[in-house]
Design a protein around this ligand. Structure first.
Ligand code: ZN
Length: 883
């Protein structure tokens, strides 16, 4: 574990590497506790660097066994080797060959970075700085080399041996029980994209013929016996490959593409060249074990990692500050892929919900940082919603402003200009500026300025002049390290709706027609005047969530109900309902806190009833419309003095009212959408199930025992995990007899299925009752619980801290102490997962005074712990830094 107080790394200090690596030959002899790694590096001075320099290679916990230079052992006085660094003070200033031997212990590697074991399988994880835990190297993304990897192992222990690229050679090692395989990857890559795998794995195989007619072998490796659950992932892979050809002209480049599913993984998945390694949660699916949401995540993540082959691997990042260059762009690409596979508006709604729930919250608290940070202490802490999701929104805004053609021209230029390079955000943006002749210098602020811009719009109508005016102001609050902000470029998609629901043509005074309905704002305050508006319209603003902003407008409840019923932009129909609900909920929270009684909003109920009754709407959309803002959404809207109990009470009351008032149409929808016949994960079937299960949940919320009985019946008769999980989740929210019976049954049914048992832990951690903390403590002593498996930790402790607002935020602070204890215990083993858990405190300053004090005390207790990883220390210190 790295516990030294590293100096912060700054973007402004970037220097090109003094040395380059042309080729790397790795010879890895796998052994459970003593794996020998021999690395042969062909090095040369970088002509672009300024002066002759020592050679300093990165390491992390390494034990050097031997070192030679051009074949001769290096004398002891010529180098120094610590676990973290190998220095040759006076290397020859010409190309030379270095051969380094290290010994690593994969079984002792509990951080899951570098070479480790997931169960019995050997695998590697090198992003961001894991390669240096395997061998000494220039472990930075702008050092790109061609890799040849020889892996050897006991045949019985690891019959399958994989690495990046194409297989060149394999065979037995005569006179031993060992065998080997040699893989060669012709594409130069940074060390973070290196991977090898060894183990007793099963696989499924398929093939794909590319746009130029090349036949690619596709393989997905899984634990033996689980091959039958990899079929959906394979279909997703083939769809992704075709889509990237059609949407971006990108063809796959090696002869084989492999995915390996492992049971212990810190993140979702990893785009190693030609050899993606996945958390098995995002590969394995069967109707009995995976929900519709699981299927959708698999589709998106398979696509995401595959798309990285061009946006990440062929064109990589110059340094880790540029992380959004590959991640934001690749998230945008996977979002567009999914939108094309499913319902585009429903996908957009789901993505915006997630953006607000994670990124907006991050941007409003002490962990706020620019999409391209300018300083970091621990890069692992920057795989954030801001870099990924807000990064994707920036790319989406580019497309909105430049149009589909201009956007594609910029992308084409990017692939042409930077293929094989380690690029920067400036390089990327320059391609769009050059391809379309657009000045994007102010737009660059989206990468530099943290925080969510707030836009206030006042609409007025002049009946005599027949003009409609939007007065718009923008504001960006200070964030850590950025007290003063400059105005942003905001592409605001606008519609003006006539009283009959028609979209009026948009013509701006002195500026002509509004291209694609998007007004591009650049100043702190501006006035948009639309001419030839025959009647007072209703403004539909930020359509499709064209910019990732907080919007307030002088829309009346009548306007919002009108938009909910008539907007031609489906996103804003949904948004109008959310705005109505959110206003009601925040008002009621305030009322409860002041000891006043809550109000109701019959207009909202009527609007929901109309949505439910509209046969033209797809069920998945109706389900989104009926899903009220989450507790976290309401907390975010309130912004300060947050009392999670009051929020829970207000939200529960609203859901009960809806269940009550819409009882018969909800029951009718439940019946109508209860399909017989075999399960299919397709978007239409999934949409029908989602509305059916939302209906069930609302009916149960209104307190009827009939709905509880219905949920119990659905639980026991379900033939798929979506329906089973939805009904047990509904039951879990109510203190009824049927609940524990279902929980016990669930465990018995799925005892031997780790991914399903994760759901069992998460379900219980989310019960909104005072006894839950005790239950969670008990579950942390359950034989199936272990701090060694990140999925298991996230399912119990992560779910408790993120999905259970009232119990994590208990007024007595005991939820915080439990989280702190877990983080401290886990930090010794797996700092990356520990620091992730710690981010649950990111909104502590927004809490009401009592909880705020308890949360602060817990943060201070963790900060004072004797030994902390750089990962957790960084999160804790930034969380506590004066606002
Ligand atoms: Zn990614």
């Amino acid at each position: 574990m790295r516990t030294d107080q590293d100096q912060p790394v700054r973007l402004a200090d970037y220097q090109p590497p003094s040395w380059l690596v042309d080729t790397v030959a790795l010879d890895v002899s796998l052994h459970a506790t003593a794996t020998r790694v021999r690395a042969t590096l062909k090095l040369k001075p970088n002509p672009a660097a300024r002066a002759a320099a020592p050679l300093v290679l990165d390491g992390d916990g390494l034990a050097l066994q031997s070192i030679t230079l051009d074949g001769s052992p290096l004398p002891a006085e010529a180098f120094s080797a610590t676990p973290d660094r190998l220095t040759i003070a006076q290397p020859p200033q010409r190309p030379f060959t270095l051969e380094i031997e290290t010994l690593v212990d994969p079984t002792a590697n509990t951080q899951l970075s570098g070479l480790y074991r997931a169960g019995a399988t050997y695998c590697t994880q090198c992003e961001a700085e894991g390669f240096r835990r395997i061998t000494y190297f220039l472990d930075r993304p702008d050092v790109m080399a061609v890799y040849t990897t020889r892996v050897e192992a006991e045949k019985s222990e690891a019959p399958v041996l994989l690495a990046n690229g194409n297989l060149v050679e394999s065979g037995d090692i005569p006179g031993t029980s060992r065998h080997f395989a040699v893989w060669h990857d012709p594409f130069p890559k940074p060390s973070y994209l290196f991977a090898l795998v060894g183990g007793a794995l099963g696989h499924i195989e398929d093939s794909f013929v590319t746009m130029s007619g090349r036949r690619i072998v596709l393989r997905i490796y899984v634990e033996p016996g689980k091959e039958g659950r990899a079929g959906f992932a394979m279909e997703a892979l083939k769809r992704s490959m075709r889509w990237d050809e059609q949407a971006f002209g990108r063809e796959y480049d090696l002869d084989i593409f492999m995915i390996v599913a492992v049971s212990a993984f810190n993140m979702g998945a990893m785009e190693n060249k030609g050899l993606n390694v996945f958390n098995d949660k995002y590969v394995l699916a069967s109707p009995e074990t995976a929900t519709d949401t699981d299927y959708a995540s698999i589709d998106a993540i398979i696509a995401h990692e595959y798309f990285h082959n061009w946006t990440g691997d062929r064109i990589t990042c110059r340094d880790w500050f540029q992380l959004c260059l590959k991640e934001g762009l690749t998230v945008f690409r996977d979002q567009e892929y999914t939108a094309d596979q499913r319902s585009r508006p429903v996908k957009r709604i789901a993505d915006v919900r997630a953006l607000r729930a994670h990124q907006f919250v991050e941007d409003a608290g002490p962990l706020a940082h620019p999409v391209r940070p300018e300083v970091y202490r621990e890069i692992n802490n920057f795989y954030t919603a801001t870099v990924y999701e807000k990064g994707a929104e920036i790319v989406r805004m580019l497309k909105t402003m430049l149009g589909a053609q201009g956007f594609r021209a910029g992308m084409d230029l990017y692939f042409q200009r930077h293929d094989g390079h380690a690029a920067t955000v400036e390089d990327f943006i320059a391609c769009f500026a050059d391809a379309t002749g657009t000045d994007l210098s102010q737009f660059m602020r989206w990468y530099r300025q943290a925080g969510t811009p707030e836009l206030a719009v006042t609409m007025s109508y002049d009946a005599k002049a027949k003009t409609c005016t939007l007065d718009v102001t923008q504001m960006l609050r200070p964030t850590p390290g950025q007290p003063d902000k400059e105005p942003m470029v905001i592409p605001l998609a606008v519609g003006l709706l006539a009283p009959d629901g028609r979209d009026l043509p948009l013509t701006r005074a002195n500026a002509g027609p509004v291209e694609r309905g998007v007004a591009v704002l650049t100043r702190p305050a501006e006035t948009l005047v639309f001419t030839d508006v025959p009647e007072r319209p209703v403004a539909s603003l930020n359509r499709g969530f064209s910019a990732p902003i907080k919007l307030t407008a002088n829309l009346t409840p009548d306007d919002l109900r009108f938009l909910a019923a008539h907007d031609t932009d489906p996103f804003n129909r949904w948004q109008a309902l959310q705005t109505l609900a959110s206003t009601l909920l925040t008002d009621n929270v305030t009322a409860l806190r002041a000891g006043r009684s809550m109000r109701t909003d019959p207009g909202l109920i009527d609007a929901l009833r109309a949505i439910l009754a509209d046969p033209a709407l797809e069920p998945a959309f109706v389900a989104q419309a009926l899903a009220m803002p989450s507790e976290a959404d309401i907390a975010r809207e309130l912004g300060k003095d947050v009392d999670p109990d009051a929020i829970f009470a207000a939200r529960t009351a609203l859901r009960a009212t809806i269940g009550d008032a819409l009882g018969s149409p909800l029951r009718e929808a439940y019946r109508r959408l209860s399909d017989a016949g075999p399960y299919s994960p397709d978007a239409v079937s999934a949409g029908r199930r989602s509305l059916k299960n939302v209906a069930l949940d609302l009916l149960a919320a209104s307190g009827g025992s009939a709905a509880i009985a219905l949920a119990a019946r659905q639980y026991h008769s379900a033939d798929n995990m979506t329906d089973r999980m939805a009904s047990i989740t509904t039951l879990s929210q109510h203190p009824v007899r049927e609940r524990q019976a279902a929980i016990d049954d669930f465990y018995r049914r799925f005892e031997s299925d780790p991914l399903v048992i994760d759901k069992w832990f998460a379900l219980q951690a989310a019960i909104p009752e005072a006894s839950t903390l005790e239950r969670v403590r008990e579950l942390s002593r359950h034989p199936a619980f272990s701090l060694g498996n990140p999925n298991r930790v996230r399912s119990l402790v992560g779910a408790f801290a993120q999905a259970n607002q009232t119990q994590f935020n208990r007024p007595d602070g005991a939820g915080y102490v439990f989280l702190g204890d877990t983080v401290l215990a886990l930090d010794q083993r797996n700092p990356q997962v520990a620091s992730r858990l710690m981010t649950a405190f990111r909104s502590w300053r927004a809490l009401e005074a009592g909880r705020r004090a308890k949360a602060e005390a817990e943060l201070r207790r963790v900060a004072a712990a004797a030994s902390l990883s750089t990962d957790v220390r960084d999160i804790v210190e930034r969380s506590l830094a004066p606002a």
